[in-house]
Design a protein around this ligand. Structure first.
Ligand code: ZN
Length: 444
């Protein structure tokens, strides 16, 4: 569902492969609290599918005003985001992900109220407050991130940079997030995209390309961070992301609420809280609050407002180009300019995935069905001589090839229950494309 079929032409041209051998910092973001969740509030919404998204979140953001700055349709979900402005003009944020069935996953950040709002398709609403977590303590270990090499692209490559993200969850983390891993993952990604927009980083964005759910819940430790590509190896193979993030639900062995390589492509964090935006900022190259002798890769606290790396709960990365409600800058060119760090690291972050060698098919869709078969069609890939059709159980990206086609139609027989389906193009040289868009379908 999250493999978009656009051709990443920026990856078609690359010069040479070089191995990543930078000394990377491993950053821990404070010890965990022993109890992550305070009590959540629950209620029931009548006729949830008939309600507007604004009606579903109104009580949770009051008295803030929502200033929507982004709205898009992504694989059947409506993803919207913007800042929340309190009566005292302090700013927070709201990210909403609305499913076709009416369910809502939303991340609310405003002074005095941070948490996850989930309303399921039955209208059962819950607000799960985020525990107060101090992200400002620092514990860094110099370590090399064991990544495969990434491509140094042609100097002619220009923005916008799109960074493909795979998010892996434990089953218990999905339950804690309200049950819809895709919706939660879209909300996490949008929380970063909102912060990038707010910080005037207009040519860098993150795109969710895949979600994988595993049965086991892992502790948030440097060891698990290092093993993350193995834990989510099926998703790594299927979706070829640039970045990988693991979300877990809390474990007695947790040594932090999040760990991330600085810089790098891999991070992990608790499902409760704003770890994602913060840890991904470490992957971009950011530290915490500025320390003497450092560079400009820090978060900022101007005495009234702070930004994402320096503490958390702020929909801004540090930048001297934006001011808070008091007219104070949210960064400093010498010490706190995470917007610059993002711009300077966007090419690296968007280049971890292998280059696209053949365009993926597009507009993959169901065009017919019986009680045990589904017929699909798709738009051709320019270099394809044949196509391979695959199925995956939702949440378990071990792909099963179910057939080949030289045309643009395929009927899958003996299908029972709900599956994710996609198609890949194969060139005359046997090169296989990335997946088309992924759809979830079942027979009649
Ligand atoms: Zn941190």
């Amino acid at each position: 569902m999250f493999k978009t079929a656009e051709v990443r032409s920026m990856r078609n041209v690359f010069s040479s492969l070089w191995t990543v051998s930078l000394a990377l910092l491993l950053v821990a973001c404070t010890p965990p609290t022993s109890l992550y969740v305070s009590e959540s509030k629950s209620w029931v919404v009548e006729n949830v599918a008939g309600k507007s998204t604004a009606e579903l979140y109104a009580d949770s953001i009051a008295p803030a005003v929502f200033e929507r700055s982004g709205s898009k349709q992504i694989d059947g979900y409506t993803v919207e985001s913007g800042n929340l402005v309190m009566p005292d003009k302090s700013r927070g944020s709201l990210v909403t992900v609305r499913s076709k069935d009416g369910s809502l996953t939303a991340v609310v950040e405003r002074s005095g109220k941070n948490g996850l709002l989930v309303v399921n398709s039955e209208g059962e609403g819950r607000f799960i407050p985020y525990p107060v977590q101090d992200y400002s303590l620092q514990d860094t270990i110099v370590e090399k991130e064991k990544t495969k090499s990434y491509e140094s692209k042609s100097k002619a490559v220009t923005p916008p940079y799109v960074i493909d993200m795979l998010i892996g969850y434990s089953r218990s983390a999905v339950a804690a997030a309200g049950g819809d891993a895709q919706a939660n993952a879209l909300a996490q990604v949008e929380s970063v995209n909102l912060a990038l927009r707010n910080s005037l980083v207009s040519d860098v964005s993150i795109r969710l390309v895949g979600v994988q759910v595993v049965a086991q819940n892992y502790p948030i430790t440097p060891e698990i961070l290092a093993n993350l590509p193995q834990i989510f190896s099926a998703g790594m193979q299927t979706f070829d992301p640039d970045m990988l993030y693991g979300i877990f639900s809390g474990h007695p062995d947790d040594s932090a609420v999040g760990w991330g390589y600085q810089p790098g492509r891999t991070a992990i964090g608790l499902v409760y809280g704003e770890a994602f935006r913060h840890e991904v900022g470490h992957n971009a190259g950011g530290g915490h609050c500025h320390e003497s002798g450092g560079s400009y890769n820090y978060g900022f606290n101007n005495g009234k407002s702070s930004t994402a790396q320096c503490g958390n709960g702020s929909p801004y990365y540090s930048t001297p180009a934006v001011r808070d409600q008091y007219g104070l800058p949210l960064g400093n060119a010498a010490t706190a300019d995470m917007a610059r760090v993002w711009r300077e690291n966007a090419e690296r972050l968007s280049s971890y995935a292998p280059p696209v060698v053949i365009p993926a098919p597009t507009e993959f869709k169901k065009i017919g069905s019986t009680s045990s078969s589904i017929t699909f069609s798709w738009k051709s890939s320019s270099e394809a001589v044949r196509y391979e059709i695959y199925k995956i159980r939702p949440g378990t990206p071990s792909q099963t090839k179910i057939g080949d086609s030289t045309g643009l139609v395929f009927t899958a027989n003996y299908i029972a229950g709900e599956w994710m389906f996609f198609v890949k193009a194969v060139s005359s040289l046997g090169m296989v494309s990335k997946p088309s868009n992924i759809i979830v379908e079942s027979p009649n």
